[in-house]
Ligand binder design. Sequence first.
Ligand code: HEC
Length: 592
Amino acid sequence: MKTQFAARTTRTLGVFLPTALLVGLAALLMGSSPATLKTYVGSKVEIKARVTLFLSTQCPVSKVYAPRIAALEREFRPQGVKFTGVFSNVQESQPEIWAFTQSHHLSFANMKDADGHLAAKYGATMTPQVFVEGPSGKILYRGRIDDSADTSQVHTHDLADALKAIVAGRSVSRPETVAFGCIIRRPAAAVASSQITYSHDVAPILQRQCVTCHRAGEIGPMPLNSFAQASAWRGDIKRYTQSHQMPPWKADPGAGEFQDARRLTSKELTTLASWVDSGAPEGDPKDLPAPVHYTEGWPLGQPDMVLQPDRAYHVEADGADVYRCYVIPTDFAQDRYVSAVDVQPGNRTVVHHVIAFIDGSGASIGKDGHEKEPGYTSFGGVGFTPTGALGGWAPGMTPHYLPPGVATQVPAGARIVLQVHYHKDGKPETDLSRVGLYFAKGPTDKTVHVIPMIHGLEIPPGDSHYTVTTVSAPSPLNYHLIAITPHMHWLGRQIKATATLPGGKKIPLISISDWDFNWQNTYIYKEPLALPKGTTITMTATYDNSAKNLKNPNSPPKMVTWGEATTDEMCIAFLHYTLDREHLGAKEARAK
Ligand code: HEC
């Protein structure tokens, strides 16, 4: 996944407005150049190289490299290598930088480059980006730290190799590599000729569509809830919204009307773009919308029952994403009916999404409990066929009740299996995610059934347009479709499902033309769709197994078939539905 991460976070180059102003230690440390320094053991060591590292507190790539940087510094400091961290982004404050270097154990000189003058001096454009100078000040190496943000995919240790050579008095065999990460942000130019301002027009859009994830403690890599932040990120705000990468919402417009759809209107898109194009003026802070207060806790009120693993999971500082499953017994003596579910991630900076499955068959027994850490690791799915699904959480999702009279049945003795996708953030974290159940209060007339539509796969290496289509048998009964969950892995590019009614009328159920494994969702229809007896469903999915697919986990590409592993594929659309003829007459007793 190396190239994928690199490609996803690599940006075009920025330009700087160099003036001259340095903060705090900066002048002291960079201005004077003592020939020797005291090492931590107190002996005098001749300085053989100076490493200037451009870093950012907000850049995900800079974060995941922090443990590697700390380790390199520990290794080379006794050999006469002096590291200095430089933070040139205009929007990152001194306290944020301090907190970042403390929490990531970067125990060398770190400084804010308030006016971008160091970035300009070195020609730094990205974070992380490294410049190694010899004692004479000559640049001996410039570029990346190594070749992959994912530690399991590193093949060349570029910075370490350069330092080894310099310390040994050899010449550096590869003095320049291309840095990847996030561009360094420059201050906004002071032109304010337009009517569109941050305070009046832009802040309300960001507040509605972005700040749910882009604020402190949430999954978005930087906050977007102040003028300083929005202005620093203005170029990317335009680019990411115009390309529909942000807000993340993969369902194409026109195929299904979904709850909580995150989509900017064309007017909002134009407002954001015009604001950026006209120099991103602030306007009058009096025009700002009232700040939103995010409620901590359960938006639907205290659940009737809260289930969680028996202890917290430790998420390592770096490495590939982890899919961890926790088996939680329910101990229900009788079948229970659940009309709403709220999954609460324990640690929002590392939890990417959570899915709660039901295991009514006992297949999950014995999977958990073998490791020191709670749960077990399983990519993509839970490693067995669940008997149902309760729902899930992804950033920005809010819990909802099922339609009146409709509930999900959790059989007596069932287990809930929580699958949590963790995305590492460069420092060790812990997580204890939990799921709250709201039992049906009135009579339950219908239960939600889940059936997967699947298609087998044999995707030849090099095929960039492998397409499969499957058509279901005509449904024997009238039903209502409540939600749909498409599922593929890294090679998936497009997936589409369409219902064909007995008379031939077609209803698009979902269409995703830019599949992203990281942004999977259960898409819940605003109104359940009535699908009469005889309806067929056609599912079409396209995969790219060429080397050009940056997300291809196999390098070189190889034959890929169905399976649970990261390097395997799947082709599924889970259909969540109720049967029109089902009338349980069952009454769910209040939770005791
Ligand atoms: C559901 C959560 C969520 C919402 C809503 C959201 N973002 Fe993001 N955003 C993320 C995450 C997570 C990332 C990190 C990259 C990724 O995982 O795709 C990101 C990345 C970005 C980046 C790239 C950051 C970088 O490191 O270069 C920009 C720019 C951005 N978002 C802007 C926006 C804007 C503007 C909006 C609103 C119109 C928005 N986002 C809404 C979660 C969200």
